[in-house]
Design a binder for this molecule. Structure first.
Ligand code: IVH
Length: 667
């Protein structure tokens, strides 16, 4: 009977692995998304019923388990070296000649694209993904296996029967341009800092604590080297072709060259063609093909002598600075933007570039009418990197940072030790008001379906002065607006009505209290179960919540001390928004840990650290980050840090494992 289920599970896993490969590696799916989901659903159900057949490499594990492990540092079996960079053809010729002289025999050079992400080492044992480690310092890196399992084009199980017992596949984790742009758009809407380029976004994502979030970020991999004692071929090129057959994603843009001319041809071709790729590249890697020749050439402590990187020139264009404008965001921060004479740069027309802040402008000594260099070096927002002072003919006005808010005319302020200018008129400055309403309605806050244009229109017509006014909108107000029909009016009203059921923690986030992002809002909601309790909390009470520091605590206090905010909250409350924890969350609250301080340390099997933190708060306890004489318990997982262990022993703090902890809570 059970054998049957085991077989069913294995069969489904096999099918799904195959479909994943067809879809993500070959880009040739042979099944509809619907049928794929149905198979996945079947497997998920069966696995739930038969936990005895648990397999960390099952296709169902891709979605990311929410068990969150702190990263553990792991030593690389083979060090991860970096590459020497070169920038010119003559440096490439130099490399070629050095290799020729050293080897004194024929050799071939493999040219590959240098994808711009973050490096990873994937260890496969008997064809199964064992461990994924970041480069770290080259000798040891972070174990990010749980996160890497969510990356779709990394096979959890290799295909084929000629796979060595142990191999390490080295490669790059990448975030495709479109995913990167989408992510930044979302972050901009949340006023979260933007990622400068896909590389930062990929490495930031890989280091996140929650594999579920990693899974949502749609990372990719590209494999560029195999390591192991029993590699199938002496040719790197052939090994890569085999790796592709095993299901690893290996770029097709590889070429074996037998002369420097062939290498240059490759460089020239890809310098142009790379702009059409869906991922960022920053150069080409040249490798001696034969592994025995690679060994013969050896490495320095940092770089192999058998490979180099050739970096493409960052793309630059020269154009005229026409004017500088200043934009005001939701928090009042003012960003200078350069308006340029349109110029073509990496296939797109650039009209605007970011100027960051006053210091950046002064450092460039910018004058209106200057010819400026714009660059897109892997970054999505072009930046001005220099001025061609020779081209100055008639020198224009020196660019000055705005003194007054471009929208409301209020004098701007710049705090000492900060580079940013603010418009302090947060109550009346239109872009700040509109920005706050835009934040209020975003998906992760109240999730009301209304765009910035409509918000602007309603604000300009005097129909809304803040987000609370949305709840007072009537059908007649909307249907008479230009180009509005009954359906759109009804849809908006329905969406506004529906938002009244949004849980307390998201309402807290929607309020737009400075420094209170999604996570902080969740923490506050857990610790202070209704808005009145939160409003009355002292700075000390606020900072006693894990990860709430002085800056956030002060900002929360400022918010509730402002009569306007109090009025705003009261009006929202009158409209029926949720300002307290739901019944279920409340019902789960106990005082089993009242008066007790618990430190969490190590990694856990049954719940994530965040879940344990939430449990401590839910049961009236306090969670602290460091061991002191005030610590009552250490909830100790595996691999607890040695410093904490020593301190705990010295202070005689009681250590409990996760099972004991759950028993204490009656779970
Ligand atoms: S080979 C010893 N090949 O570039 C061989 N690296 O600057 C080391 N990279 O850390 C790497 N594409 O993360 C190699 N086709 C490619 C690559 C590549 C991107 C990255 C890699 C490495 C860095 C070195």
């Amino acid at each position: 009977m059970d054998e049957l289920n085991k077989e069913k599970i294995e069969n489904l896993r096999r099918q799904l692995h195959e479909h994943n490969y067809n879809y993500y590696v070959l880009s040739r799916p042979t099944i509809s998304d619907f049928d794929f989901d149905a198979l996945m659903q079947q497997l998920t159900e069966l696995e739930k019923q038969h936990p005895e057949y648990y397999d960390p490499n099952s296709p169902t594990m891709r979605v990311g388990s929410d068990i969150n492990k702190n990263f553990i540092q792991v030593r690389h079996r083979y060090p991860m070296l970096s590459l020497q960079n070169t920038y010119t053809e003559s440096e490439v010729t130099g490399f070629y000649n050095r290799v020729k002289r050293s080897l004194n025999e024929d050799f071939e050079i493999v040219c590959e694209l240098k994808f711009d992400g973050t490096s990873i080492s994937l260890a496969y044992e008997n064809g199964r993904l064992l461990q994924a480690i970041t480069r770290g310092d080259g000798r040891q890196g972070d174990d990010v296996t749980a996160n890497v399992r969510t990356i779709r084009n990394i096979p959890l199980v290799l295909k084929g029967d000629d796979i060595p017992g142990y191999i390490e596949a080295r490669g790059e984790i990448l975030m495709p341009w479109d995913v990167f742009e989408e992510l930044n758009k979302e972050r901009e809407a949340q006023e979260e800092p933007l990622f400068a380029n896909p590389r930062n976004a990929a490495s930031g994502t890989l280091k996140m604590q929650d594999p579920k979030v990693v899974a949502s970020r749609k990372l990719k991999s590209s494999i560029y080297y195999l390591m192991g004692e029993e590699l199938p071929s002496d040719s790197h090129f052939e090994n890569m072709e085999l790796a592709r057959k095993w299901g690893l994603n290996v770029s097709k843009a590889m070429k074996k060259c037998s002369s420097p001319e062939e290498v240059f041809e490759y460089l020239k071709y890809w310098d142009v063609e790379r702009k059409n790729l869906s991922v960022a590249t920053d150069g080409v890697v040249l490798k001696v093909d034969s592994l025995s020749q690679q060994r013969q050439l050896g490495s320095t402590s940092k770089f192999p002598r058998w490979a180099i990187a050739y970096k493409f020139n960052a793309e630059k264009a020269l154009t005229r600075l026409e004017s500088v404008s200043f934009q005001v965001g939701r928090t009042g921060a003012v960003t200078p933007v350069a308006n340029l004479e349109p110029v073509l740069l990496s296939g797109t027309t650039v009209k605007r570039a970011s100027l960051y802040n006053e210091d950046a402008i002064n450092a460039l000594d910018l004058h209106i009418g200057d010819m400026v260099y714009v660059e897109k070096g892997g970054e999505i927002i072009p930046k001005i990197t220099g001025v061609d002072k020779e081209a100055r003919f008639l020198i224009g006005d020196k660019v000055q940072f705005a003194r007054r808010c471009p929208d409301c005319g209020t004098p701007l302020v710049r705090n000492e030790d900060e580079a940013v200018h603010y418009c302090p008129n947060s109550e009346e400055c239109p872009p700040q008001i509109k920005g706050r309403i835009e934040h209020f309605v975003t998906r992760k806050a109240m999730n009301i379906t209304i765009g910035p244009e409509t918000i602007g229109l309603l604000y300009d017509k005097g129909l809304i002065k803040d987000a609370a006014d949305l709840y007072a909108l009537r059908f007649e107000d909307l249907v008479n607006l230009e180009r509005w029909a009954e359906t759109s009016a009804n849809n908006l009203l329905a969406s506004i009505e529906k938002s009244k059921t949004t849980p307390y923690e998201r309402v807290l986030f929607a309020l737009g209290i400075r420094f209170v992002g999604e996570t902080v809002a969740r923490k506050l909601a857990l610790a202070f179960h209704d808005i009145d309790e939160l409003g009355a909390a002292t700075v000390e009470q606020l900072t006693s919540v894990e990860e709430i520091g002085d800056r956030i605590a002060r900002s929360v206090k400022d918010f509730f001390e402002n009569p306007r905010s109090v009025d705003f909250v009261d009006r929202l409350r009158a409209h029926g928004l949720q300002f307290q924890q739901s019944e279920e969350t409340m019902a789960a609250r106990t005082d089993k840990l009242a008066g007790l301080t618990v430190v969490i340390s190590g990694t856990f099997e049954l719940h994530s650290r965040d879940e344990y933190k939430a449990m401590i708060l839910q049961n009236g306890g306090k969670n602290s980050g460091s061991v002191s004489k005030n610590t009552d318990y250490i909830l100790a997982g595996e691999n607890m840090g040695p410093a904490k262990l020593e301190k705990a022993e010295k202070l005689g703090v009681k250590m409990i494992d996760e099972k004991t902890f759950l028993e204490m809570l009656g779970l």
